[in-house]
Design a protein around this ligand. Structure first.
Ligand code: FMN
Length: 395
């Protein structure tokens, strides 16, 4: 079956739903061209700003939590304090022109991420990147490192009024489609998205990273660079997915670009199923390299073929109807926990975790489930040998 993975956002055709998010892999024209060569449909420049403090990177600035798991494709976190682009806006004008010349050959939508410290800078940057030839503008109201005293990053998102003004100024300054990037940090992304859309944004990215802190108990100081850092990675996926579903349910009628924690093609499908039209990926491409992009495209295409979908639009938002309202959740004890005696090794993990103290080990060293079992599912979920499962009781 032929599968078409192209999507349309604000009149622009993306050849697939993968956009490389603003970050280390989009730090220059050279980086962005590699994104396109590896099959990304779009790429967002590292955030362009006039703030020279943002243009000089702290050293060191990257720390992988659980590095073995990162290399094996399991849960990890990238803790980092990479600031905005090291290149001046003037240098980016040249880089954007260079990319646009090359893109004529490879295809690829170029999105310029900008951040102004005041309304005048927002306006100036929007005009600058449009004149340079960018296809879209992304407004960075999400950077976790910006705490206060300026009109950019997550600091600006603490005021819906400021968010609205920034979107309006950028929309008035340029004729390009504008994407607003949502922070999940201390803000309600649904309200942010609604404010951005009602102020003229053409799409939103849901969502960026959190700020975090890691303390070394030996030195009793923050690790490495000695301060807070952005905290993201695959663990963040359920949070970003949840916000994306909530925003999609508001029927905003404009595209949502899902982001936050994507590590494989399955995560891309998950975002599309809860209403995203495309995705942005940063951390997974920093850790796995550009070559994971074609693997992700292939994974999405194979899944579509297996499910009988020919176009992405056929399944965008399909899972929203399967998300049950909390008041409808099952509250009766309809399950019996069943123990597969061949698989049970008597390790005792289930006995330890059971909050109802319903599990014991018998004389054969096998798990036995008592009447106190409340069907919470914890034992089945944690059993290292998959010996426990929830089965609906015969009535
Ligand atoms: C090292 C690093 C640098 C980043 N730099 C930027 C940036 O300059 N501008 C921006 O808007 N987002 C930046 N981000 C945030 C990403 O674009 C993205 O929103 C976030 O990491 C969530 O996506 P992910 O889970 O796929 O990484 C950066 C993220 C990382 C990890």
């Amino acid at each position: 079956m032929t599968v078409d993975v192209s999507i349309n956002i604000s009149g622009l055709t993306f050849k697939n739903p993968i956009i490389v998010a603003s970050g280390s892999r989009t730090a220059s024209a050279n980086h962005i061209l590699k994104c396109f060569e590896n099959g990304a449909a779009g790429a967002v420049t590292k955030t362009i700003t006039y703030d020279v403090m943002q243009q000089v990177q702290p050293k060191p600035r990257m720390h992988v939590v659980n590095p073995e798991d990162a290399l094996r494709g399991r849960f990890y976190s990238l803790y980092s304090i990479e600031l905005m682009s090291e290149h001046s806006p003037e240098k980016w004008v040249k880089e954007i022109r260079e990319i646009k010349v090359a893109v004529k050959r490879n295809g690829g939508i170029l999105i310029a991420s900008i951040a102004g410290r005041n309304f005048e800078e927002w306006e100036k940057l929007a005009q600058l990147v449009e004149d340079a030839g960018a296809d879209m503008i992304e407004i960075n109201l999400s950077c976790p490192h910006i705490e206060e005293g300026t009109l950019m990053g997550r600091a600006a998102s603490s005021s819906l009024n400021v968010v609205s003004q920034v979107v309006r100024i950028v929309k008035n300054a340029a004729s390009l489609p504008v994407i607003g990037k949502l922070t999940p940090h201390g803000a309600n992304p649904i309200n942010l998205a609604k404010t951005m859309f009602s102020s003229g944004a053409d799409a939103v990215v849901s969502t960026a990273r959190f700020q975090g802190l890691i303390i070394d108990v030996g030195s009793m100081k923050p690790i490495l660079w000695g301060s807070y850092g952005g905290y993201g990675g695959p663990w963040q996926l359920p949070i970003s997915l949840g916000w994306t579903a909530h925003i999609a349910r508001e029927n905003v009628g404009k595209p949502i670009i899902g982001s936050g924690g994507i590590s494989g093609w399955e995560d891309i499908v998950r975002f599309l199923l809860v209403g995203a039209s495309a995705v942005q990926i940063c951390t997974a491409i920093i850790i796995g390299g550009y070559s994971i992009i074609p693997k992700m495209v292939k994974g999405v295409m194979e899944w579509m073929a297996a499910k009988g979908f020919q176009r992405i639009n056929e399944f965008i938002g399909l899972s929203l109807k399967n998300i049950m309202p909390l008041e409808n959740l099952e509250r009766r004890r309809i399950y019996a926990v069943s123990v597969d005696l061949d698989k049970c090794t008597g390790c005792g993990v289930c006995e330890i975790v059971c909050p109802y103290e319903a599990i014991s080990l018998d004389e054969r060293n096998k798990a036995v489930i008592g009447l106190e079992c409340d069907n919470c599912g914890l034992c089945a979920s944690i059993c290292p040998f998959r010996a426990l499962s929830l089965k609906v009781r015969a009535s």
